[in-house]
Design a protein around this ligand. Structure first.
Ligand SMILES: NC(=O)c1ccc[n+]([C@@H]2O[C@H](COP(=O)([O-])OP(=O)(O)OC[C@H]3O[C@@H](n4cnc5c(N)ncnc54)[C@H](O)[C@@H]3O)[C@@H](O)[C@H]2O)c1
Length: 426
């Protein structure tokens, strides 16, 4: 029964459902539909489902609008809040719900648990379940397999296939990366591996498929993100050292990296967001001393460091107008989840400052001209490409100080206002 799924995928006779139409699930479902498979996109958010069925994407993702509308025209992609029937009709179930953290820095598995409950309501015999969420290592083997076997009274690997297939796309580049990135497949057995390899090769027949265990796949995902997060923390630590020595970290990093093949230090700046900001936590419940928690502390302290640097420079922030440009967690994104820019705004408000915010990707922020009305300070918190041409406008705004978190400007661009950047000592 299960091996038949492979030929069904090959001949476009397999139906897929994606549970959770977020930044991971919607691009994945839409791409699979464009590749010939019928796909149901399931979400509990009825507004989001209606929006998607009107052909509108609920968040910014390059190219997603066109891919969504092409899939809809082909009649291959249908968004729905109706869970049971859509899962029942599907041969392959991809779980892409959110796995955020709570205020107490624990995993919030409520979305995952509700998705598993819905899945266990249907007959799973002959189906394949792929878990695409980021999870604490061991969750598939120790929770998901026993849960589904218990509820279905079926045997995982024999009656239904199951694999951990972590998502590694970069928001904004999801479509391209779905075609190009190698896939890590941690199936619970060979047939599970073979089914998901076939599914991913639907997107690109030449795609590299890397096989591991379910826990190996969970760990590989975390290693990828934590590696990046630690390298950003190190760059931020270098920024602090450079500041202490009265030097400019940006210049020093440029010199250190240039022509030297064993050095690739990133720029200092804000590191956070819905993945990097939380993924370390999934590993950091260990008993051994962990670099992850140190990196977290360092990266999370940068917004406070920026606020303190401004306070040291201009004195009391109470009543000062501090315009913040950029609210999303990274360049080109409209995602504010665990955004260090949003944290900076709250810290500045906590100091009693008035904080107008502009972000070209976030409609409910102020337009740039309103945000730049009589500011005392302008903080360029995000490196959105749109900000690169704003030097004159900022300089003309009447502000006394510009704080450039990402070092996107040259100090000489500003004739009227003083210029500071993260990692540059004064
Ligand atoms: N955002 C990224 O760039 C990214 C990259 C790699 C991995 N991940 C991981 O992928 C997973 C999904 O992340 P995301 O950013 O897409 O999350 P998201 O919050 O953008 O989307 C989750 C969606 O699932 C829906 N949902 C919740 N419970 C549901 C249920 N029971 N049934 C149907 N729909 C339900 C929500 O309404 C929401 O639309 C997470 O584990 C995340 O850590 C995210």
């Amino acid at each position: 029964m299960l091996p038949n799924l492979i030929s069904q995928i090959k001949s476009n006779n397999a139906t897929v459902c994606v549970i959770g139409l977020g930044r991971v699930g919607l691009p994945l479902g839409v791409v699979l539909a464009n590749c010939g498979l019928t796909c149901y996109g399931i979400d509990i958010n009825s507004e989001r489902v209606s929006q998607v069925n009107r052909g509108e994407t609920p968040f910014k993702e390059n190219g997603l609008d066109e891919w969504l509308n092409r899939a809809r025209k082909l009649g291959k992609f249908h968004a729905t809040i109706e869970t049971k029937e859509s899962i029942s009709r599907s041969d392959i179930i991809l779980v892409t719900v959110g796995t955020p953290t709570t205020m107490q820095r624990c995993m919030d598995y409520s979305q995952l648990h509700s998705a598993l409950e819905r899945i266990s309501e249907v007959n799973l015999y002959g189906k394949a379940i792929g878990i695409r969420c980021t999870l604490v290592p061991g969750t598939v083997s120790n929770v998901i397999v026993p849960y589904l076997e218990d509820k279905s009274k079926l045997k995982a690997g024999k009656d239904f296939a199951l694999a951990m297939c972590p998502e590694r796309i970069l928001e904004g580049c999801a479509i391209n990366e779905l075609f190009s990135l190698p896939e890590i497949v941690g199936g619970i057995n060979d047939v599970s591996n073979a089914i998901f390899a076939e599914l991913f090769r639907k997107m690109n027949p030449k795609k590299d498929i890397l096989y591991t265990t379910p826990t190996g796949a969970e760990l590989a995902k975390l290693f990828t993100n934590i590696y990046r997060y630690l390298s950003f923390a190190l760059a931020n630590e270098f920024a602090m050292w450079a500041e202490n020595y009265g030097e400019d970290a940006h210049e020093i990093i440029k010199v250190a990296n240039y022509g030297y093949p064993r050095c690739n230090i990133p720029k200092p700046g804000f590191a956070g967001g819905p993945c990097l900001g939380k993924d370390g936590l999934l590993l950091d419940n260990t008993t051994f001393t962990s670099m992850v928690s140190t990196a977290w502390k360092l990266n999370e302290a940068i917004p406070q460091h920026v606020a303190e640097s401004i306070r040291r420079r201009i004195g009391l922030l109470y009543g000062k107008r501090i315009a913040v440009l950029g609210l999303a967690f990274k360049a080109g994104s409209d995602d504010t989840r665990l955004s260090p820019c949003a944290k900076l705004v709250e810290i500045l408000k906590g100091y009693g400052a008035i904080v107008p915010v502009h972000d070209p990707y976030i409609p409910d922020t102020l337009p740039i001209d309103k945000a730049l009305e009589n500011p005392d300070v302008v903080v360029v918190a995000n490196n959105h490409p749109e900000f690169a041409n704003l030097a004159r406008e900022i300089d003309e705004s009447g502000c006394k100080l510009i704080y450039d978190v990402w070092g996107i400007f040259d100090a000489t661009s500003f004739k009227k206002a003083a210029y500071m950047r993260l990692g540059r000592g004064t």
